[in-house]
Design a protein around this ligand. Structure first.
Ligand code: ADP
Length: 768
């Protein structure tokens, strides 16, 4: 008897599918169980089958050709509904199966089936034994069938487990694969990162190395830079000190102005000396040197500052309070105003290099004066005697030649001083090694001097004392100023040793420890000027001698001439008195002419005599009241004053220390001329006035006479020069020449201002 089970069909199907047995391939273990069931039951057919939703599928079978049959015709559809074995001993006797199609078609008489039950109680299939004859099963056979059914279940479970294991395994493999590829990826990434890291490390290491190298280099560099900067700063400071020392002691006046107001920033010794050692620094030029206002210097500085164009002044005249005592002095300058620029190329100041060339200008003026005097002498000689004239001419020629020579020398000297006035060199160490020479120095002493000691380079000076002076300056640190120092030297480079003269300043150069380390030398070659001066002195002496000769000649000549003249005049008068009536008309006229000539000759001789007496030698001065002098003049000229009806105006005239006779001659000549050269139809008015200047009196004597053409101004003061013929106006042409000689004797000057037909004014100065 079989017991039925009532399990849920859905659960049963789900359980069956979970084993995946349906439609699986034949398996030996199932076939073995089928064989055991067949043998156990001693039947002809046996099978292991599973009940699907609509069919019965045979997993293993013996003696059956079918693979599966529909569920509704099967015996199993019943068997699975019970827990125990179902036995149909003879199908033909069983009402339930006797009409079954299977019974008929497959000839099934015997049927026994044990359900295959899972642990949930679901009958999944059966293990069946069939036969074509009716049969029974022993309890042993039933028991065996039960065991075989369990074995099938066991196989199913094993299969399921295996499947699960495989699934797990597959899953594991997939996971492992995943893991593997992930880990590979990771490994790869790690490797990449490691490589990157390594690369980075290498780079960092390299950078570190570079850095430390750079640091090292930088350290070295900065150390050497620091040393270099220190050295350079020291050098620059030293150079600056050198420069300042050079500028300070240069025998040229140097100053630096700052800003548009020209504030003094620096002024060297020479400069300070020319302004009486005034306090300049920090003051504007207008404040510091007020006395040069109106002389154009401020304006020149303003112009240089505003335009940036340098100004070169040549022989510029100025009056400066040189001793800072309120007294101005005449100074002539050559100078350069040079703009100073800052780094942005803006003008910030002006440098001034100035040379005092007053001596040169005065020397030249003296030469000019000498020239004038020479021309005067020439005139004197021409008029006094043929022989003397010849002598004078010869002397004049000599003088002109000498003057030319002097002029030439002066020009040469001028060029030397103006264009490059100083020879400069720097000497280093106790052996005086040349370290610097300027072009002028090289021109004088050769160009290959640098690096040589002065004794090697210029052996010619070895016994002339110069090196001893240099040694002394080096040892004592005291500057040496050489004035017109003689030296024997092959100046022309033609092998001829000649005597030269030098002005020089040897200035010690100190190092930062205040020890002497060299000498700067500023050298002026003054040979030419000294030779010129010597020549000038010689010429002056000659001129003085010839003037004296001339004077004594004039004196003697005029004295000696007076006697024969007197004889001529008195015998002519005698002749006239005694024989006037006996002689013809012509003879009387001739005698009158002789007498007239004699009179003029007398006046001429007196004038020459007076002129020749005007000299310093015989001068005896005393304080003279000029009012009294004018009174004497009026007295002397009484006749002509009355005749001309002249009006003479003069104020209170001063008393001055002079020789009275000179003043009498001076005023009488000028007043006399005013009367002589009056206009016939005009009331003659003569005005005498005087004005006090700084160092002198300025006199003026004006008339309203015929006047003088300005072209002739310079001629009228030359002896014997007359602008009119004797028939027009009597005269000797000596009057104004005498006036000039007198005025210049007292250091004054005389000149005239006039226009033709408009009167004349004579000006002259005399000392206070
Ligand atoms: P002179 O004996 O001829 O007067 P001076 O030496 O006194 O000689 O004068 C030189 C010349 O200057 C004169 O010949 C005359 O032509 C001119 N002169 C001098 N004084 C005057 C004057 N006051 N007015 C016009 N001419 C003058």
């Amino acid at each position: 008897m079989s017991a039925s089970v009532f399990t849920n069909e859905e659960d049963r199907i789900r359980s069956l599918k979970s084993y995946c047995i349906l439609d699986s391939l034949p398996e030996e273990s199932y076939d073995d169980i089928t064989f055991l069931a067949l043998e156990n039951a001693q039947v002809s057919r046996a099978l292991v089958s599973f009940v699907d939703e609509n069919r019965i599928w045979f997993k293993s079978s013996i003696g059956v050709n079918l693979k599966e049959i529909p569920r509704d015709i099967s015996f199993c559809q019943y068997t699975i509904q019970q827990k125990d074995i179902m036995i149909v001993p003879d199908t033909l006797n069983d009402p339930c199966f006797k009409d079954s199609i299977l019974v008929k078609q497959e000839n099934i008489r015997f049927y026994a089936a044990m359900p295959i039950v899972d642990d949930q109680g679901n009958s999944l299939g059966t293990i069946s034994v069939l036969d074509d004859k009716p049969r029974y099963l022993t309890s042993k056979q039933i028991k065996t069938l039960e065991i075989l059914s369990k074995q099938v279940m066991y196989l199913l479970e094993t299969r399921k487990n295996k499947m699960e294991l495989e699934k797990i395994l597959n899953h594991s493999i997939t996971e492992a694969d995943k893991y593997k590829s992930l880990s590979e990826l990771f490994e790869e990434k790690v490797k990449e990162r490691t490589d990157d890291l390594l690369q980075s490390n290498i780079k960092i290491e390299k950078l570190n190395q570079d850095l430390s190298e750079s640091k090292h280099k930088y350290k070295n560099l900065s150390e050497s830079l620091e040393i270099e900067v220190k050295n350079r700063t020291k050098e620059l400071e030293f150079e600056k000190q050198k420069l300042i020392a050079l500028l300070t002691n240069a025998p040229v006046a140097i100053c630096l102005f700052n800003g548009p107001e020209h504030i003094y920033e620096f002024a060297n010794h020479d400069y300070l000396e020319t302004v009486g050692n005034r306090q300049l620094i920090g003051k504007s030029v207008r404040e510091a040197l007020p006395e040069i206002a109106g002389q154009g210097f401020y304006e020149m500085l303003d112009k240089v500052y505003s335009t940036g164009e340098p100004f070169i002044g040549k022989e510029i005249y100025s009056t400066i309070d040189k001793k800072n005592n309120g007294q101005v002095e005449d100074i002539y300058w050559n100078f350069i105003y040079q703009p100073i620029y800052n780094q942005n190329n803006e003008i910030i100041g002006i440098s001034d290099f100035a040379f005092d060339i007053t001596d040169q200008v005065i020397a030249r003026q003296m030469v000019e004066k000498l020239n004038k005097e020479l021309s005067v002498s020439e005139a004197k000689y021409r008029n006094l005697s043929e022989e003397l004239e010849l002598k004078v001419r010869e002397r004049t020629q000599d003088l002109l030649k000498a003057n030319k020579e002097v002029e030439y020398q002066r020009n040469k000297l001028n060029e030397l001083f103006i264009k490059a006035p100083t020879l400069i060199c720097l000497l280093e160490g106790p052996q005086h090694i040349f370290t610097f020479t300027n072009p002028l120095y090289e021109k004088m002493f050769g160009s290959n001097l640098i690096g040589k000691t002065i004794a090697e380079a210029l052996p010619i000076f070895s016994n002339q004392g110069h090196f001893d002076i240099l040694d002394k300056v080096y040892q004592t640190g005291e500057a040496f100023v050489g004035k017109e120092y003689p030296a024997f030297f092959d100046k022309a480079g033609d092998g001829n040793i000649v005597q030269c003269y030098f002005n020089f300043v040897y200035q010690p150069i100190f190092n930062s420890e205040n020890q002497v380390e060299g000498i700067s030398a500023f050298v002026f070659d003054v040979t030419d000027i000294i030779l010129a001066r010597q020549q000038l002195e010689k010429l002056n002496a000659n001129l003085e001698l010839s003037n004296q000769e001339l004077q004594s000649f004039a004196y003697v000549a005029s004295h000696d001439l007076q006697e024969p003249l007197r004889m001529i005049t008195s015998y002519s008068q005698l002749l006239s008195r005694r024989y006037k009536n006996k002689l013809g008309e012509d003879a009387v006229e001739f005698i009158d002419n002789i007498l007239d000539g004699g009179k003029r000759m007398k006046i001429l001789i007196e004038d020459i005599l007076n002129y020749s007496k005007i000299s310093k030698k015989e001068m005896v001065t005393s304080v003279v009241d000029l009012n009294a002098v004018i009174e004497s003049v009026t007295f002397n000229l009484q006749l002509s004053i009355e005749e001309s009806n002249a009006i003479l105006n003069y104020g209170n005239l001063p008393k001055i220390k002079v020789e009275r006779i000179h003043m009498l001659q001076l005023f009488q000549n000028i007043i006399g001329n005013a009367i002589k050269y009056r206009k016939k139809d005009t009331q003659l008015i003569i005005d005498i006035s005087v004005k006090q200047l700084d160092n002198s009196w300025l006199f003026s004597i004006s008339d309203n006479g015929i006047g003088i053409n300005p072209e002739n101004f310079h001629q009228i003061f030359v002896i014997f020069r007359r602008l009119h013929g004797r028939s027009e106006y009597a005269g000797t042409g000596i009057g104004l020449a005498s006036c000039k000689k007198i005025v210049e004797l007292y250091g004054g000057s005389i000149w005239v201002e006039s226009e033709e037909d408009k009167g004349s004014t004579f000006f002259f100065t005399l000392p206070l």
